[in-house]
Structure formats: structure tokens, C-alpha cells
Design a binder for this molecule. Structure first.
Ligand SMILES: Cc1cc2nc3c(=O)[nH]c(=O)nc-3n(C[C@H](O)[C@H](O)[C@H](O)COP(=O)(O)O)c2cc1C
Length: 171
């Protein structure tokens, strides 16, 4: 079992964000899980969706130490599939039987991989991840962001990508 796993939520798997995580995953030889292939419904206070794909997916993810959250910036925020996925972490806080799984997130390290058409990543985007990691007792390992306003051109980011990969390799 690999130490690191990536979870992508984008409107298109083969888009800019997908290409970026595929470059990283190829070097690290890690699995990239596409949230669009999973049946994960929005948070439900009555937990009527408890039988969907969220819990089995989390069982699998929790076998890794590092979790890479991969999302484009959509309207200064994470993508909708990623938001639905992260909202469901609330199941761990609300359902007594699931609390041990929630506790298993403590000590994991979250990383963020993102693309947008802006030079800098929005604080509103990154804060949503880092504050969530903090709330859940996870560490924060770092972020790589690529500006795709002129398409997916990574040449000027190769150093950043290498540094991001090196951080995960040495973790
Ligand atoms: C619905 C939507 C909203 C977007 N909102 C933003 C935004 O707020 N800031 C930004 O810089 N780029 C924004 N973009 C541009 C995307 O972040 C950018 O094109 C990204 O690389 C797309 O990744 P993808 O190919 O994985 O979808 C938006 C794109 C879409 C489709």
C-alpha cells in the first residue's frame, strides 16, 4: 500500500487539474481517485445516504498517511464534487459509530493541488482546505498551484512541481 493517495474533484478528469496531478502521480506512482466515478451525495443531517460510496472510499483513503486534495478553483472555491466530499467528513463528527474513523484522520497530512486562471491562489480557496485539516487534527503539507490562463503550460512551474514531489517523497 502506498503512503500517499490523491483525490480529484474537477468537472473534467482530463482537464488542467487532472493533467497536473497525473504528472505528479506518475513520479510518485500513486493512485488518483476521481470523485466523479463515485456515488457520493451531499451531506444529509439524517444520514440517509450512509450506504453510498463515501464510507468505503474513506476506509481506503485512511490506509494512507498523506492525502492530496486536487481541485480547480471554481468561483474562488473548491469544485463542487470536492466540497461535497469534504462536507461528508461531518458524518464522522455526527454519527457515533463513525467517530473512530474520524479520529483516524488525526495525524494524516493533507496536501493541495490546484489550477486556476489567476497568478496567485485565492486565500478563500486554500483556507477552506487548511482550516479543515486543522479542525480535523490533520497536518498541512503544502500546495502546488498552476496558473492556466494561457492553457496548461507547466514549464515555468517545473521547480515548484519538483519541490512538491520531493516533499512527498521525503515525508
Ligand atoms: C465554473 C468555473 C469557475 C471558475 N472560477 C474561477 C475563479 O474563481 N478563479 C480563477 O482563477 N479561475 C476560475 N476558473 C478557471 C479554472 O480554475 C481553470 O480554468 C482551471 O485550470 C480549470 O481546471 P479543470 O480543467 O480541471 O476544470 C473557473 C472555471 C470554471 C469552469
Amino acid at each position: 500500500m502506498q503512503k500517499t493517495v490523491a483525490v480529484i474533484g474537477s468537472a473534467r478528469r482530463e482537464g488542467n487539474t487532472g493533467k497536473l496531478i497525473d504528472m505528479i502521480a506518475k513520479v510518485l506512482t500513486i493512485e488518483v481517485i476521481d470523485l466523479n466515478t463515485k456515488n457520493i451525495s451531499a451531506f444529509d443531517y439524517e444520514h440517509k445516504n450512509i450506504e453510498d460510496d463515501f464510507l468505503p472510499l474513506m476506509d481506503h483513503i485512511l490506509q494512507h498517511d498523506n492525502i492530496i486534495f486536487v481541485s480547480p478553483v471554481y468561483w474562488f472555491s473548491m469544485s463542487a464534487p470536492m466540497k461535497i466530499f469534504i462536507d461528508r467528513f461531518s458524518d464522522f463528527l455526527a454519527v457515533e459509530d463513525l467517530k473512530p474513523q474520524g479520529r483516524a484522520l488525526r495525524g494524516k497530512v493533507g496536501y493541495v493541488v490546484a489550477t486556476s486562471i489567476s497568478k496567485e491562489i485565492d486565500d478563500s480557496f486554500l483556507d477552506a482546505f487548511t482550516k479543515t485539516f486543522d479542525y480535523l487534527g490533520m497536518g498541512y503539507g503544502g500546495c502546488i498551484h498552476i496558473n492556466c490562463e494561457n492553457g496548461f503550460q507547466v514549464d515555468s512551474y517545473q521547480n515548484d512541481i519538483n519541490n512538491f514531489i520531493a516533499k512527498l517523497q521525503s515525508s
